[in-house]
Design a protein around this ligand. Structure first.
Ligand SMILES: C[S@@+](CC[C@H](N)C(=O)[O-])C[C@H]1O[C@@H](n2cnc3c(N)ncnc32)[C@H](O)[C@@H]1O
Length: 550
């Protein structure tokens, strides 16, 4: 009845999703230029990249043994890779250094090896779930190279950072990398280092998902001309293609020849590199504009309530009645679709509660002596079903006390489909962590006006640039990313909230944007019509890019 989420699979925990052969073939063909190239694959899995590299070498005129270093943590996987090589390449002179090791622990031995090429697709594992000893070793190496690693990061970034350091001058890097590279904060240092380390970079993204069975969106990073010292800028080209079938060097160089390189520096989020040149320039000027008000200047954004088991803590009307919970619950909304306009009012809450459970069991600070018989029965039922043994519940003083249940003045979409929305919470409802909570710092601000001012091309475009997009088209904004959103608000604005709400109800977001853009961007901030229309087309381009990716 109150069952929780499924445990993460073994493959997920070790980041074990293998690269489709067409991608690996392409990356090896691009990066391996000479039969003498010394190649490293830092996490080879069952050997897709090794296979592709050997195919590539076979097409070059081989004069001496092929030199590849292949590292992999999982014994069973590296053995599969070795078997594949024995099965398919027994006729070639090989010098493969198989290392069934942890890349980070083995790194000391690799230092100074001077590789010409690094290929691969690093594991996608959060450092929180990572072997601590290995993480500490990785962090020490990173610090040696001048990085400032953080535990919030994901280990793929460290894999790439350290791989770059193994390349010799003029070396090439050709890797499949989670698309989070383009914008997440924890990858800012990596973006900067790639920019500083290579002369020329090409990012290839796909309109369709290329890893079957997982929602992970990826980009290919082709970086060449490894420098022997760091420089401020590099040339960067972006290419967007349909899927892996369109990957070939001719298409790529054709596209590149016909577009200007963009220059990236450290403040640029790479999502914006996929914009047209004029759009990029407008967005770039916003990235550097410290004067623009950010949502975080006037409000704080916090995750919604983490109950530990929504099925138990979020109660429907029948259960509320059956267990006499009236005095122990507060209204709650748990779906973005229910807060679909600027104002969340009683009518909307009622409509939501008719379809979904909408009462949060909020017991913190309530003396047990005052618990009703019904509530006691409900808690006993939870214990019978072992809700209290779940990770989040068992570490609480009283397992049924959901912490941090403060109500907020507003909500913000955490997961965005078409466009982001800041919603005024008129009914003081709680929300689960599918929705962010927004609290005003300056209590004199009218939240309805703030919500209305959010509907503009500048904020929308920026949400696309700095949000994380997942397969299936969803854009996700973390609280800190939401606080970074520029917002053309000031206390004297007086927008027609009703008019905007009507447009949104009629699914006419363009008219709502036209109205607010005119009032706040053109009349308010003095932006030209052309700049505003470039912001609008940036939003349209980037949101279509993610929405069309299936
Ligand atoms: C995303 S898979 C990619 C495998 C292969 N490169 C490919 O593209 O098909 C990542 C691999 O990294 C391995 N791995 C995870 N942590 C590792 C570590 N610390 N050192 C070396 N390999 C690791 C996993 O076992 C998994 O096989």
């Amino acid at each position: 009845m109150f069952s929780g989420k499924k445990k993460a699979t073994h493959d997920k925990l070790r980041g074990g999703y293998y690269t489709p052969p067409k991608l690996a073939d392409f990356l090896c063909e691009w990066s391996i230029r000479s039969p003498l190239d010394k190649v490293i694959e830092p996490s080879c899995g069952d050997g897709n990249f090794i296979d592709s590299a050997l195919k590539r070498f076979s097409n070059l005129e081989i004069k001496s043994p092929i030199n590849i270093t292949a590292i992999e943590l999982q014994k069973s996987e590296i053995e599969k890779a070795q078997q594949r090589v024995r099965d398919s390449f027994s006729d070639i002179d090989l010098d493969i250094h198989w290392e069934n090791k942890d890349f980070f622990k083995h790194y000391e031995k690799l230092k100074g090896s001077d590789f010409d090429v690094v290929i691969g697709n690093p594991p996608f594992i959060r450092f929180q779930h990572f072997d601590e000893e290995s993480r500490d070793i990785a962090f020490n190496h990173l610090r040696d190279f001048g990085y400032k690693p953080t535990k919030l990061a994901n280990c793929w970034a460290a894999f790439i950072q350290l791989s770059i350091e193994l390349l010799k001058p003029n070396g090439r890097l050709a890797m499949v990398i989670p698309a989070e590279l383009l914008q997440v904060k924890y990858a800012a240092e990596l973006r900067e280092r790639i920019t500083q380390s290579f002369e020329h970079i090409v990012l290839v993204s796909f309109k369709k998902l290329v890893f079957k069975g997982i929602q992970q969106e990826v980009v290919l990073v082709l970086a060449e001309g490894k420098r022997d010292h760091l420089e401020e800028y590099s040339d960067i080209h972006t290419v967007e293609i349909e899927d892996e079938d369109q990957l070939n060097e001719k298409t790529l160089s054709g596209i590149i020849k016909h577009s200007h390189a963009k220059h990236t520096n450290k403040s640029v989020k790479w999502t914006s590199l996929f914009l047209s040149d004029p759009e990029f320039k407008v967005i770039e000027s916003i990235q550097g504009n410290k004067k623009l008000l950010r949502l975080g200047d006037i409000a704080s954004v916090d995750v919604g309530i983490v109950t530990g088991r929504n099925k138990f803590f979020v109660v429907d009307e029948d259960a509320k009645k059956e267990f006499d919970l009236d005095d122990f619950v507060v209204p709650l909304v748990g779906k973005t679709s229910a807060i679909n306009n600027l104002i969340f009012n009683q009518k909307k809450l009622k409509a939501f509660s008719e379809k979904f459970p909408s009462n949060l069991l909020a017991l913190k600070g309530i003396d047990e002596k005052t618990f009703s018989e019904g509530l006691k029965r409900y808690i006993a039922l939870g214990e019978q079903e072992e809700v209290h043994t779940g990770y989040k519940c068992r570490i609480r003083k009283r397992w049924y006390d959901v912490p941090s249940t403060h109500l907020s003045e507003g909500f913000l979409f955490r997961q965005i489909h078409k466009f982001p929305l800041l919603v005024s919470n008129k009914v003081k409802a709680a929300c689960t962590d599918t929705i962010h909570r927004v609290q005003l710092i300056d209590k004199d601000i009218c939240f309805d006006q703030l919500s209305a001012s959010f509907i503009n091309s500048l904020t929308f475009a920026w949400a696309e640039v700095c949000g994380r997009s997942y397969g299936g088209g969803v854009l996700e904004l973390e609280p800190n990313e939401s606080e970074e959103l520029p917002i053309p608000f000031n206390k004297s604005i007086n927008l027609d909230v009703k008019l905007i709400s009507n447009f949104i109800d009629q699914k006419d977001i363009e008219s709502a944007l036209d109205y607010v853009d005119e009032e706040l961007l053109i009349k308010g901030l003095g932006m030209s019509k052309r700049r505003v229309s470039l912001l609008r087309s940036s939003w349209v381009r980037l949101s279509n890019k993610r929405l069309n990716r299936k």
